[in-house]
Design a protein around this ligand. Structure first.
Ligand code: FAD
Ligand code: NAP
Length: 520
């Protein structure tokens, strides 16, 4: 049973109130929280005005519903009457009205493509857009079909930067193995760019190539064992996915194509794919934050790149709630750090539990062995930003420390040019500092690393620095030691903290390229 008071919910800065990305936040009226919306959708009230009927909507019809009290929006071909949702929209009514009477898919994707609108708005569904007959243009050829080892269609390519970079695939077999080979034609591919899932006979491989995804999605013709091997030849961009046959029989074809099989599309257009992960352990980090270990299912190959996050999804009161989280390591102990090897099935999260929050109290109720859905990774941090770096400054507030964990580890173990890494860590009290002992031990052992804790609500015994992020604090700490040093400043925390930090860094003459901020 959920017991979430509605008065001040969602709190300022809450992900439910406003996502990151510089969009304006609006205070929601009392009784207009997400929980209140969920209650309304379950009340049986007719929210579309169509008494449960679904209709086919023409463009002409859609356009007519463009007022606040009669507002229809189309997302991915489905039309919703969003008028009842207006007052509950965390981004405000005006933001929602930008899509009134039109196709809001692009706008929606720009702002929060990870939000599960199908679940949130299911009671507002009016129907489907009517499909217009498409005139066949002169000279238009039917989809070129090419049979590859028996079954498969040529890439369905959309929005391609250049046709010639479109990947292709082939497969071959031995008595016990099936090897799928993907020719990406891209240099510097690594195993992080390959995400493979095998579940109930369905095989899905997503190869991330810059901002694009090449997808293989097929129902395999025969069963395989769950341990899948991925090999990437970095120089040629050749990806090999090796499947172990369950029965050593000869396959006549690879499988039956499933949705979007053999397609190459902009990454933002491929929906987030989720797989169920098991909770393996949870360990206290502070009074309100824990380290959770999730295990990927055996048929999954997935590595979350440094600086990227995933979405965790659970059903709360019948509605799917999705929140982003940034994986960390199991500790900061560099000696014990295993090389980030591709077969690691454990993913660690450091998550703060907000007792009045929507997602985290439920997440914390999971028992060891329970499952939660985990998406493929997202994020715009690139490892290459650390290449040849000489000085790295990390500014973190609260759980904004999470992306810094892997960055810190990677920088100290891989970047030979690095002279200095400095972490400035803002928290309310001493008890809130995450991995304080580990950070202090690391600073003792690793001369290139320095950490400074700043408290906004210190006790009288605190002898360290105090306050909130300010020019005075930053100017003494975020200082290049040489005029032409190759520098990167990473910043993460509550959105206003991050925004303030970016402004201050600009005042301190750091260029845009020298500052990376983490947002959703
Ligand atoms: P919400 O419902 O969003 O509530 C959050 C705040 O609102 C809390 O202060 C809560 O106390 C307050 N609140 C809720 N209800 C009420 C009420 N009725 N009255 C007053 N106040 C109320 N977090 C992590 O811990 N670890 C991570 O690794 C991490 N990574 C992230 C990565 C990205 C890219 C982003 C954008 C965020 C990340 N977060 C991370 C934050 C995370 O996504 C969630 O926002 C956070 O866990 C809170 O979710 P929630 O649903 O439990 O709380
Ligand atoms: P918190 O404990 O509430 O605050 C941590 C520190 O930040 C405190 O010292 C606090 O000072 C300060 N702070 C808060 N708001 C500020 C503001 N407006 N200006 C300057 N300083 C401010 O933090 P938390 O609860 O752990 O929250 C962490 C935040 O980081 C969440 O919003 C989460 O979404 C975000 N996060 C983002 C990512 C990402 O990748 N984008 C990853 C992880 C976490 P006061 O005591 O004065 O408030």
């Amino acid at each position: 049973m959920l017991n979430v008071p509605s008065q001040a919910f969602p709190a300022p800065g809450s992900q439910q109130r406003a996502a990151s990305g510089g969009r304006s936040k609006v205070p929601l009226k009392q009784g207009r929280s997400l929980m209140d919306w969920i209650r309304l959708t379950k009340s049986g009230k007719d929210l579309t005005g169509l008494k449960g009927r679904l209709i086919e909507v023409t463009e002409e019809e859609l356009i007519k519903h463009n007022k606040k009290d009669d507002c229809w929006v189309c997302i991915r071909g489905l039309v919703y009457n969003v008028s009842p949702y207006m007052e509950y929209h965390p981004g405000g009514e005006d933001e929602l009205m930008r899509a009134a009477g039109s196709d809001g898919t692009d706008l929606f994707d720009q702002v929060h493509r990870w939000v599960n609108y199908e679940s949130m708005l299911k009671e507002c569904l009016v129907g489907r857009m009517a499909v217009k007959p498409v005139a066949v243009a002169k000279g238009y050829k039917n989809h070129e079909k090419k049979l590859l080892n028996g079954i498969l269609l040529k890439s369905q390519v959309s929005d391609l930067p250049a046709k010639e970079i479109s990947p292709s695939y082939d497969w071959f077999q031995t008595e016990s193995l099936v090897t799928i080979v993907i020719y990406t034609k891209q240099k510097d591919m690594d195993s992080e760019s390959v995400i493979v899932d095998y579940q109930d006979g369905s095989f899905r491989a997503e190869i991330i190539i810059k901002d694009y995804s090449y997808l293989l999605h097929t129902e395999l013709s025969h069963e395989i064992q769950e341990d899948i091997t991925v090999r990437v030849a970095e120089k040629t961009g050749k990806v090999e996915i090796v499947l172990k046959k369950k029965d050593n029989i000869s396959w006549k074809y690879l499988g039956h194509p499933l949705e979007n099989h053999n397609s190459f599309t902009a990454h933002r257009d491929t929906g987030l794919y989720y797989r169920k992960c098991q909770l393996i352990s949870k360990v206290d980090v502070t009074h309100d934050t824990k380290l959770y270990c999730l295990m990927l299912p055996p048929g999954t190959h997935l590595q979350v790149p440094i600086g990227q996050h995933v979405y965790l999804r659970q059903t709360v009161a019948g509605t799917e709630i999705v929140k982003p989280y940034t994986p960390v390591l199991d500790s900061l102990n560099l000696d014990l750090q295993e090389p980030l090897h591709p077969h690691n099935r454990y993913i660690y999260f450091m998550i703060k539990i907000y007792h009045t929050g929507l997602f985290t109290p439920h997440f914390d109720c999971l028992q060891i062995g329970d499952c939660v859905s985990l998406s493929s990774p997202e994020g715009n941090f690139k490892k290459s930003q650390l290449q040849e770096l000489e000085e790295l400054f990390l500014l973190a507030a609260g759980t904004g420390f999470t992306p810094m964990v892997k960055i810190l580890n990677y920088a100290l173990t891989n970047i030979t040019s690095l002279r200095k890494v400095k972490l400035m860590f803002f928290n309310k009290t001493e008890g809130d500092i995450l991995w304080r002992n580990q950070l202090e031990q690391l600073a003792d052992k690793e001369k290139r690393f320095e950490v400074e804790f700043i408290l906004s609500e210190p006790t009288s015994e605190w002898t360290g620095k105090q306050g909130r992020i300010s020019l005075a604090l930053l100017s003494g700490f975020v200082k290049r030691s040489l005029e032409n040093s190759r520098v990167l400043v990473c910043i993460c925390g509550p959105e206003p903290f991050t925004e303030q930090g970016i402004r201050l860094l600009k005042d301190l003459n750091f260029s845009k390229e020298e500052v990376h901020s983490f947002t959703a």
